[in-house]
Design a binder for this molecule. Structure first.
Ligand code: AVW
Length: 250
């Protein structure tokens, strides 16, 4: 009897968690006025439903990108790598910059885990592969695909926040280095401006860091490159002061 009760409890729990997942998806989506969230949900689900969660390639999300295309925000697009918190804290307060996670698809799936299963029509939120368990996992392929789409439309002067407290602020194996930089289009993008986020207390890297030479090499001809060291406290001070215009942050 105990086993039966535990079984039912587990079943109800799993059912609830996939219900909550869709609810979270829809609630976050509806914050973006004029979007057809049911249509976007259907395009999202078809990418992974009924599939082995380690065999979902990036391309599986092509119909999702088509259903919710990225609108370019010229001169306001911000990329980041190993600076997730500081970048998002900044864009949450200063709307002159937008990260992927501030866009519809990025914000709807931010910090969520999901996957399907062979022979099942359900969305699961537990027991899914972790980021490095396999290359083509449901969640990782999603972030690769949306990052590619976000980078493809990047235009004007763009910004990337990199971490100046680590030995290699630019890594060819990060999403920024392996997906986004390769898709920057010189016909649309005028410049890439590195904001190298430093911490005064630590011995930090600077704009002469060798990995940043790799970044410059990766950029296609025609895209200008700049780099500036900015302390994390200066970034926080600027974002917490509503009077300071973005142009004066660094
Ligand atoms: P990141 P990226 N396990 O800070 O350049 C779990 O390295 O790659 O920056 N989650 C992981 C792992 C891992 N090993 N590696 C990466 N992630 C996830 C889209 C995790 O959520 C934006 F437009 C971590 O916080 C940025 O310009 C996130 O990937 C660019 O991609 C970023 O890892 C940042 O990707």
């Amino acid at each position: 009897l105990l086993i039966v009760i535990l079984g039912i409890a587990l079943g109800v729990g799993l059912y609830r968690s996939s219900e909550t997942f869709k609810t979270t998806f829809m609630n976050r989506c509806e914050k973006f006025e004029g979007s057809d969230c049911e249509k976007i949900w259907t395009a999202f689900e078809q990418a992974y439903l009924g599939k082995d969660p380690c065999e979902v390639p990036m391309e599986a999300y092509d119909p999702l990108i088509a259903a919710a295309p990225f609108e370019p925000a010229c001169n306001r697009m911000m990329f980041w790598s190993k600076t997730k918190d500081v970048a998002h804290e900044f864009t949450a307060k200063k709307h002159c910059f937008t990260t992927l996670e501030d866009t519809l698809l990025g914000s709807v799936l931010n910090d969520l885990t999901w996957c399907g299963k062979e022979g099942s029509g359900e969305t699961f939120t537990s027991g899914c592969p972790r980021w490095n368990d396999c290359d083509n996992n449901t969640v990782r392929s999603f972030w690769n695909r949306v990052s590619a789409a976000f980078a493809e439309v990047a235009c004007g002067d763009t910004t990337v926040m990199l971490n100046g407290s680590i030995a290699t602020p630019f890594s060819l194996y990060s999403i920024f280095g392996s997906i986004e930089v390769k898709r920057f289009n010189p016909e649309k993008m005028r410049s890439l401006n590195v904001v190298l986020v430093t911490q005064q207390e630590r011995n930090t890297t600077n704009c002469t860091n060798l990995s940043l030479k790799d970044l410059q090499k990766e950029l296609r001809e025609g895209i200008k490159y700049n780099c500036k060291e900015v302390s994390e406290s200066q970034i926080q001070e600027c974002s917490s002061n509503p009077e300071t215009p973005c142009g004066a942050c660094w």
